[in-house]
Design a binder for this molecule. Structure first.
Ligand SMILES: Cc1cc2nc3c(=O)[nH]c(=O)nc-3n(C[C@H](O)[C@H](O)[C@H](O)COP(=O)(O)OP(=O)(O)OC[C@H]3O[C@@H](n4cnc5c(N)ncnc54)[C@H](O)[C@@H]3O)c2cc1C
Length: 376
């Protein structure tokens, strides 16, 4: 076992304690993720997803809780309460969930394990709650919405830590925090592969006209391989196509399973909509986890937190499709072949609070995807 592996194992155990999830996480850090296989695959056939405007089942809108400076994980003392913040993960909350929540739970080190209130039942609330339970806390989730009505349930589900901040704005300290969270989250999700938690590995294709990968890819080491296909090596209407292997998390399955795990471990739910911080601080628990996503803007007056509106278009699932695509269109185009739906994205509109799907965007998303797969 390398020094890096040993250090990582120590980091994870230090971070989230000695509960069941900690044990399973530590068990999966045996192999360092530095392998790179040039051209490891040879796709025998390219199958195009069935895409047409007549096939649209539903359009959905969600708001990524984006902070240019990056997500907030920190604790503060407010009166006789300790508040641990864990919010603002932009377009990477599903990806970073276990890692960010592990960092948040680390804030409780040295505290007497008693009752804790977790505010929010999206992916951050649920993963924080599970890690707290494993560490011996008695957890109550207070939330306005159950998981199926959260932004987390709207997410596409690609495992990718690139949408959590603006690298031009965020600090070096934040970038280290992100790297740590991504590494832990990667191990955790890897360990949950399979249909029970809805996590599986898929190739991701990124059609582009840029020959090499000049963009900053600080998380390449978390992708078993990344490569660039040249002209004539792929059927997309671009010169090049980047290919990598990553995970896809089915948000519905993942959240449902986390909720079941939470109940099974003795967790309780209270439906409550908090209008301000004072109402929160009146809760009986001495420790409060703030996992309210975009809700933290109002509750804790965080004006850096901004919605990035995303629109998704659902079609019937297409089991023949065994890859994802991102890019190749005018704006934020992606196709994920989930088992519940074939998902097409999308849009990324910073500062747009509107909640309605836009018919023009649906038409564009469908049209551009039809073009993307027209040469298959
Ligand atoms: C279109 C779209 C596509 C995305 N695709 C991906 C992807 O492919 N991969 C990825 O990793 N991420 C993706 N994301 C991002 C991901 O969905 C978010 O980062 C993540 O859901 C944030 O989780 P959260 O738990 O912090 O917030 P939420 O899921 O919003 O949960 C917040 C919780 O807090 C509760 N709450 C808020 N305010 C209050 C209040 N005042 N009182 C009581 N309760 C309150 C809510 O009811 C809810 O339960 C996508 C997001 C969108 C919109």
């Amino acid at each position: 076992m390398s020094d890096n592996t040993l250090n990582l194992r120590r980091e994870i155990l230090k971070t989230i304690g000695t509960g069941a999830i900690a044990t399973s996480l530590s068990a999966c850090v045996a192999a360092p993720l530095t392998r790179k296989y040039p051209r490891p695959y040879s796709r025998k056939s390219w199958v195009a997803p069935r895409i047409s405007i007549e096939n649209v089942i539903r359009e959905v809108v969600g708001h990524r809780p984006f902070r240019p400076g990056g997500f907030v994980v920190k604790s503060e003392k407010l009166g006789d309460k300790t508040v641990v913040h864990n919010y603002g993960h932009g377009g990477s909350g599903i990806t970073l969930s276990w890692g960010s929540s592990a960092l948040a739970v680390r804030e409780t080190m040295g505290m007497e394990h008693r009752a804790v209130a977790v505010i929010g039942s999206g992916v951050m609330g649920l993963t924080s709650a599970r890690l707290l339970q494993d560490a011996g806390w008695k957890v109550t989730i207070y939330t306005r919405d159950m998981a199926r009505h959260t932004t987390s349930n709207v997410a596409g589900g690609e495992w990718g830590p690139y949408g959590a901040h603006d690298p031009e704005v965020s600090s070096e300290a934040f970038k280290s925090q992100l790297a740590f969270a991504a590494r832990i989250a990667h191990h955790a999700h890897t360990n949950l592969g399979g249909s029970v938690y809805g996590v599986r590995w898929l190739e991701l294709y990124r059609p582009t006209n840029t020959p090499d990968d000049r963009e900053d890819r600080p998380f390449s080491h978390l992708y078993p391989y990344e490569d660039v296909l040249g002209p004539n090596e792929h059927p997309f209407p671009t010169k090049y196509c980047k290919v990598s292997l990553t995970m896809m998390v089915e948000p519905g399955t993942f959240l449902r399973r986390l909720t079941e795990d939470f109940y099974q471990a003795g967790g309780k739910y209270v439906i409550q909509d908090f209008t301000d911080k004072e109402e929160l601080l009146a809760l009986p628990e001495p420790v409060i986890f703030n996992c309210t996503g975009l809700g933290a803007r109002q509750l804790f007056n965080d004006k850096e937190l901004t919605p990035a509106k995303g629109q998704l278009v659902f079609m019937p699932p297409d089991p023949a499709i065994d890859y994802m695509t991102i890019g190749g269109g005018t704006s934020n185009l992606y196709m994920f072949p989930r088992t519940d739906v074939l998902l097409l994205g999308g849009t990324y509109k910073l500062g747009d609070w509107s909640t309605h799907p836009e018919p023009d965007e649906t038409a564009r998303i469908v049209r551009e995807h039809q073009r993307l797969f027209s040469e298959f």
